[in-house]
Design a protein. Structure first.
Length: 233
């Protein structure tokens, strides 16, 4: 996977931490992280790509296409700021340019898959279609995740997009019954394998420890060593 899109079933579910983990697991390769639209961050403040670099390492190339100050959907934030929105072809062009001299390009979306990037209804899925890129799905651990995962996976399939798998973005140290059962049911809901489980609080780890541990949270397809054992530990 030269270009991999990272999306989620919702906002605040661990997409940035998962993106950082995938980048960290690819240490030794040339990796770039692209954030098409950063919202809710003022000029000069660190955004999601800065967090990826903090956790995974300064060797990662980063790019951000647009920044809007209010914490809203990209289309709404752009409109309210009086700024031009980010278009799918701009995302695709930026990713393709990065892919010319990087072995892995990670595109981190904003919110869920079908969040609007412009007032015409363009979404991250449209950019993924232009790139013919696979879309990694980050999900919640607890109740409600099966429905939102199934809906997002259905949206991907209806657009002809490949979902290589799902990653739980934040798994509690002591998961409850629903969280344990969901580890078995998420692949069924997604129609794709479980490719990783990131522990809750991973983003608060010291960067060196985060980078060291990241491969243990991810399956080999994402550059890790996790093989589905100890999932509920």
């Amino acid at each position: 996977m030269t270009i991999l899109v990272v999306t989620g079933t919702d906002t605040e579910i661990g997409k940035t931490v998962v993106t950082a983990a995938v980048a960290a697991a690819a240490a030794g390769r040339r990796v770039a992280v692209l954030k098409p639209a950063q919202t809710g961050v003022a000029p000069g403040e660190p955004g999601d790509v800065a967090e990826v670099v903090r956790l995974a390492g300064a060797w990662i190339t980063t790019a951000e296409l647009a920044r809007f100050p209010e914490p809203l959907a990209p289309a709404t934030a752009a409109r309210r700021a009086g700024l031009p929105p980010v278009r799918p072809h701009e995302i695709a062009e930026a990713a393709e340019k990065l892919a010319t001299d990087h072995e892995l390009v990670l595109i981190e979306g904003a919110g869920g898959l079908l969040v609007r990037y412009d007032d015409e209804g363009a979404t991250l899925a449209d950019a993924a279609r232009l790139l013919a890129a696979p879309v990694l799905l980050v999900t919640r651990a607890g109740l409600g995740t099966l429905n939102s995962t199934a809906l997002t996976a259905e949206a991907l399939r209806s657009r002809g997009l490949e979902c290589p798998g799902v990653v739980v973005g934040s798994m509690p140290q002591t998961p409850d019954l629903a969280e344990r059962c969901n580890l078995e049911d998420l692949p069924v809901a997604a129609g794709a394998p479980l490719l990783g489980i990131v522990p809750a609080g991973a983003g608060a780890l010291p960067p060196a420890e985060f980078a060291h541990r990241a491969p243990s949270w991810l399956a080999p397809r994402l550059g890790g060593v996790w093989r589905g054992t100890g999932a509920t530990a």
